[in-house]
Design a protein around this ligand. Structure first.
Ligand code: CS2
Ligand code: MG
Length: 402
């Protein structure tokens, strides 16, 4: 079998997605997601202008060699644009391989290691009572794990909290909006949220929280310690992770489990975090982590150091990534939990998928490949629309992390 061609499509059924379809001379095709939130067109060009011409004529079964060719062969390594593009190719090739062998992808990754994939949903609210209502709504849907975020008194907007009615979507159309941030106000308020949630919902529910990289290591240590009585499943992205050693300080101060890595694009972003056991969950997923090929290796390294996975699953990862991630989650031994933010109805129609969610767990489905399709004719009705994540500033105007 040979790769005959590949096509990149950018569409916006509710939000922007970049999709790669690789076709073979035997009529089989595979799909990969190449979406990089707010930088979509850069990856589309990287693929069509620089990668697709190099794929023609290659054997799609050579997932390892093609991955190395695109990673080592380019000279320029890592970076979100490069790794997202490589991931799209890698996931599409694994999809072709599994389809050619007429088996669901998880069978090529080790087979079933569990009966289902536990997922957490997002409960957001402008205040504690609204967040509490959102947690209750998740319990009605039988979620076993819920991430809770809430507005901070004295701050006009909070990332993760919707402005109006309707589901929360991180990217906003047009140029980036700006949010105001105060770590001091946040640190005072957040423990009150979890105190109330434990009083209302008891001890069984898994509660998670995302700090969006906004704390210094010592502040993160303080928050983790303050949250210990409420035994969180994890505290996510407490601090930016360019300096992996920074997590030593957090670890020294708290037993609250730590998750990090949704912006990582290589195992080299986490090598110290893993080998020094500074984190409990690695958030990197197939899309931004370079594909199934390197994620298998990162998970194997993590397994040796008591680190589990907790794949990113926000709406800016297309259903193709969700499908591929669920096969990966089902197969590896050190899976922890999968994030789940439901896509819009339009997105689900453009990407019909075999995966299903019931009673807190996902099933990837038994369709050969990763089980996610792409309706190109429908996608053409939703052209690209410029959109960005908001930018975050402290009260005095200093640009800050998120
Ligand atoms: C968040 C995301 O899902 C998460 O944990 O951090 O909303 C994230 O900010 C976006 O996916 C960024 O593209
Ligand atoms: Mg996050």
């Amino acid at each position: 079998m040979k790769i005959r061609g590949a096509k990149v499509t950018v569409c916006s059924p509710g939000r922007n997605f970049v999709t790669l379809k690789i076709e073979t001379d035997e009529g089989l095709s595979g799909l990969g997601d190449a979406t990089l939130n707010g930088r979509e067109l850069a990856v589309a060009s990287y693929l069509s202008d620089h990668v697709v011409p190099c794929l023609i004529g290659r054997d799609p079964f050579q997932t390892e060699d093609i991955w190395q060719y695109l990673y080592r062969g380019a000279y320029w390594r890592k970076g979100p644009v490069t790794m997202t593009a490589i991931s799209a190719v890698d996931v599409a090739l694994w999809d072709i391989k599994a389809k050619a062998l007429n088996t669901p992808l998880y069978n090529l990754l080790g087979g079933r290691s569990r009966t289902g994939v536990m997922a957490y949903g997002h409960a957001n609210g402008r205040d504690i009572s609204e967040t509490s209502d959102a947690v209750a709504a998740h319990l009605d849907r039988k979620f076993l794990a819920v991430r809770a975020q809430c507005g901070i008194p004295g701050l006009p907007t909070t990332y993760g909290v919707p402005k109006g009615e309707g589901p929360y979507e991180p990217a906003e159309k047009g140029l980036p909006s700006e949010h105001v941030w105060s770590s001091e106000k946040y640190l005072l308020h957040t423990p009150k949220l979890f105190e109330q949630l434990r009083v209302t919902f008891g001890d069984d529910l898994h509660l998670l929280h995302d700090c969006h990289h906004r704390l210094t290591p010592i502040q993160a240590g303080r928050l983790g310690k303050a949250l210990e009585p409420y035994h969180l499943f994890w505290m996510e992205d407490p601090t930016p992770a360019e300096l992996q050693e920074g997590f030593r300080l957090i670890r020294r101060h708290t037993t609250t489990p730590i998750a990090v890595g949704e912006v990582f694009n290589s195992v080299w972003d986490a090598n110290l975090l893993i080998t020094e056991q500074l984190i409990d969950y690695l958030r990197m997923t197939v899309l931004h982590g370079g594909g199934i090929t390197p994620m298998k290796k990162a998970a194997s390294l993590a397994e040796m150091y008591h680190v589990q996975t907790g794949c990113h699953g926000a709406t800016d990862l297309s259903p193709i990534t969700m499908g591929a991630a669920l096969h990966f989650d089902l197969a590896i031994n050190n899976f922890g939990i999968q994030e789940y933010m439901p896509h819009t109805k339009e997105t689900d129609e453009v990407f019909p998928h075999a995966y299903t969610f019931r009673d807190g767990f996902f099933q990837p489905g038994e369709t050969p490949g990763h089980g996610v399709d792409f309706n190109e004719a429908l996608a053409a009705k939703f052209p690209y629309e410029r959109a960005y994540l908001p930018v975050n500033r402290k009260l005095d105007g200093t640009l800050w992390d998120w």
